[in-house]
Ligand binder design. Structure first.
Ligand SMILES: Nc1ccc2ncsc2c1
Length: 245
């Protein structure tokens, strides 16, 4: 997989080399290039933003540098990459999205800052490559860089050969294979720690009983913390009605 990242804070991505993702790069399983958006500015102050049309607080990222940055990446690519734009107004980025992205040969990440990127950048990009605007959750960061780090980790770890034991990718929270329930609690030595003991079933050697206990734990956690992940969960209003009935 090839990833290009365009940002005004290229140093944000230095930690990528420290992690498992860095090992994947060394093994040739993934490569990424980080580009400073200001390389495509032409004024003395290397300006990347301006005031918003229609008024309002904050600044908006100018379209010209982004257009030239995408021109440069596309000009070097054999085929158009998929443009991934982290934004609070995007589609939810889920484990299924990570699997989709892991199957793509080339991702181009645009890290917005300020109040966002001039909308014409994505509008124009859609005429020359697939575009996915994605949200990591209902909260706002100061920019897309942290989101891209999270997305890259979620995606690259799914690439064949990156994670030592592929089986460990199966029983994870939100794992597609695990029906998307939350992960069960895990334990290791010592048997007793500060008066807290490992659940005896995990010491039984009964794989069937262990599997059943883990499934029950996953279901219990999912019911408690993420009922929205369970099938046939009526909207909250209906749940209220049912309880009142
Ligand atoms: N550009 C930008 C600004 C805020 C934000 N929050 C989550 S992703 C994102 C992207």
């Amino acid at each position: 997989m090839q990833a290009d990242i365009v940002t005004i804070f290229p140093d944000y991505f230095a930690p990528l080399d420290l992690s498992l993702i860095g090992k994947a790069r060394a093994a040739g399983l993934v490569d990424w290039r980080v580009h400073d958006l200001r390389a495509w500015t032409h004024d003395r102050h290397r300006t990347v933003d301006d005031t918003p049309y229609g008024g309002g607080a904050g600044m908006v990222m100018k379209p010209e540098p982004w257009g030239e940055a995408f021109d440069a990446v596309l000009g070097r690519a054999d085929a158009p990459p998929t443009l991934v734009v982290p934004t609070p107004s995007g589609e939810p980025f889920r484990q299924a999205t990570a699997h989709e992205f892991a199957a793509l040969p080339h991702l181009l990440f645009a890290c917005g800052r300020y109040e966002g990127i001039d909308a014409r950048v994505v509008e124009h990009a859609r005429t020359r490559m697939p575009v996915r605007e994605v949200s990591l959750g209902d909260y706002v960061l100061n920019g897309g860089e942290v989101a891209v780090l999270a997305i890259l980790e979620a995606v690259v770890r799914l690439l064949p050969g990156v994670v030592g034991n592929p089986a460990s990718l199966v029983e994870e929270s939100h794992s597609v294979a695990g029906a998307g329930w939350l992960e069960y609690p895990v334990y290791t030595k010592p048997l007793s720690w500060r008066g807290l003991d490992v659940p005896p079933v995990l010491l039984s050697g009964h794989h069937g009983q262990v599997a059943a206990w883990r499934a029950e734990q996953s279901l219990e956690r999912t019911r408690a913390r993420r009922p929205d992940l369970l099938p046939d969960t009526p909207p909250a209003a209906e749940i209220g009605d049912a309880e009142l009935a």
